[in-house]
Design a protein around this ligand. Structure first.
Ligand code: ADQ
Length: 474
């Protein structure tokens, strides 16, 4: 037993090693989760447990504390990185949970590594948490941790949040270890999802697969109840607006437009390079709009930012080649000298640069084939402080269930995507502002701090009703 009152367990730690020549330092690793959780972590005696993102030992330079948050690394060997992370997490669960857009691979060796690594995370959490502490476990890499942890420490209050979609029963049933995963999650007191549909997919599975009683929001285990619900994640609205108002960020946005040749309209895509994000579908729609004359180089330009992701995985390498081929075909056919049709950047950019890009874009294209939430859509909305700009959004992103006011599309329907882009380009300023104001109100009311606190309040309520004074929960 340890002495931390709040324990966050996530696959990745919020820091990563930065190497310049022979010097090693650690810096904050990009990702929304750290900014989402910082306020709740800083106000409590909290620790973050996670993998540092590299195999083997972390070395003496590893920070045991980062801005008031204690850090506890869970180490992985090279085989475990390959089998647990690249294998079971990213080549089994990730495609299966995203509508099987790519075929999931089912491999028993990977499964055994998943069990072992989950056990290591559970053991570390058990050693770190104080009596009765809150443990908040995150995402698909760690779905067995809640049950493993409850077996070790029945006194703990355990919450689990899944950042990605949870598939319908028909798909989930393909998984050879489906029952173990559902039972793993049921070790929590509260299981949270991005959208209500995912929550009810899970509750139904608990009933059908494990034979439990209950409703979509409460599953009955012998002597214990598990609450299930939707907690849509969001962005740090205050920080986004503050950066968007910064004169340097605004000047940079103007500079970007001028570098692009001051076109009539800038279309923007910003994604991790992932086959779930529908980047190719959106580029195909843009290509056809260049072909039919709706768009023309010089007057219109698309910018596609793709942040490198999972580069060791052959699916991702092929996706990158496919996109780069597509972009060069479009530019080959439709660019003018000095005026590309598409600017494609395969790189990560700073937060300020990202906001400048959002400010420079008239039309934001967010077209995933399936996405738990999609924070880019919400970041764009909150950056548009003058309430201009149009958001074209896939109905298969979790964000679509909240962002009424965006132009919703089925990304598989090329004509619908093209029509939405045309609509965005032709929209009059009154409609544009009305839509964007509505979107901004929605996101502002549900910012990331509210997400974190509503999850923790629900966990508190769920466990308060169950905990006998000073006793143990089972
Ligand atoms: P992701 O699949 O990573 O997250 P998303 O929600 O869009 O997807 O978040 C991506 C983040 O990366 C955004 O904050 C964005 O600003 C940033 N980013 C993208 N391109 C970038 C670039 N070129 N440079 C720098 N930053 C860039 C998973 C799920 C989502 C869910 C989140 C949070 O797949 O559905 O919304 O977790 O729960």
């Amino acid at each position: 037993m340890g002495d931390f009152d709040l324990v966050v367990v996530a696959n990745r730690l919020p820091v990563e090693r930065l190497t310049a020549g022979t010097t090693t330092t650690w810096g904050i690793s990009p990702g929304g989760l750290v900014s989402a959780l910082s306020p709740v972590l800083e106000s409590r005696n909290a620790v973050w447990i996670g993998w540092p993102g590299e195999v083997g030992e972390v070395g003496a330079s590893f920070p045991v504390n980062w801005e008031g948050i204690a850090l506890k690394p869970v180490l992985l060997s090279e085989d475990e990185r390959d089998e647990f992370y690249l294998g079971f997490a990213n080549a089994t669960l990730w495609p299966l949970y995203h509508d099987a857009i790519r075929s999931p691979t089912f491999d028993r060796t990977w499964w055994h590594a998943y069990v072992d690594v989950n056990a290591r995370f559970a053991k570390t959490a058990a050693e770190t948490a104080a009596f009765g502490a809150i443990v908040w476990v995150h995402d698909y890499q760690l779905q067995l941790v809640p049950k493993m942890l409850r077996d070790l420490r029945p006194d703990l209050r355990i919450g689990f949040f899944l950042h990605i979609p949870f598939p319908p029963r028909e798909l989930f049933m393909q998984l050879p270890w489906r029952r173990e995963i559902v039972e793993g999650l049921l070790g929590a007191d509260l299981v949270g999802f991005q959208v209500p549909g995912a929550a009810s997919n899970f509750s139904r599975l608990a009933r059908h697969l494990v034979g439990l009683r209950g409703t979509d929001s409460l599953v009955d285990l012998a002597g214990r109840q598990v609450r299930v619900g939707a907690f849509p994640i969001s962005v740090d609205t205050g920080r986004l607006m503050e950066r968007a108002r910064d004169p340097a960020v605004q000047t940079r946005a103007l500079q970007i437009r001028s570098d692009l040749g001051d076109p009539e309209a800038v279309l923007l895509g910003v994604d991790r390079l992932d086959y779930t994000k529908g980047i190719d579908h959106r580029i195909m729609a843009v290509k056809e709009l260049f072909a039919d004359g709706t768009l023309s180089a010089g007057r219109h330009v698309m910018v596609q930012m793709a942040v490198p992701s999972r580069e060791e995985d052959p699916h991702y390498q092929r996706e990158r080649e496919h996109l780069e081929q597509l972009v060069s075909e479009v530019n080959g056919e439709f660019a003018d000298v000095g005026h590309p049709a598409i600017h494609y950047l395969y790189q990560s950019v700073s937060f300020d640069e990202l906001i400048s890009l959002y400010l420079a874009a008239d039309v934001m294209l967010v077209t995933p084939l399936r996405d738990g939430m999609n924070l880019v859509a919400k970041e764009y909305v909150m950056s548009r402080i003058d309430a201009t700009g149009c958001l074209v959004l896939s109905e298969f992103a979790g964000a679509a269930s909240e962002l009424r006011g965006s132009l919703l599309i089925n990304p598989y329907d090329l004509d619908a995507t093209k029509n939405a882009i045309r609509h965005a380009l032709e929209m009059d300023k009154t409609e544009e502002r009305a839509r964007m104001r509505r979107l901004r109100r929605i996101v502002r009311r549900h910012d990331v701090h509210r997400w974190a606190s509503s999850f923790l309040v629900a966990l508190d309520e769920q466990t308060a009703s169950e905990t006998p004074e000073g006793g143990q929960r089972h």
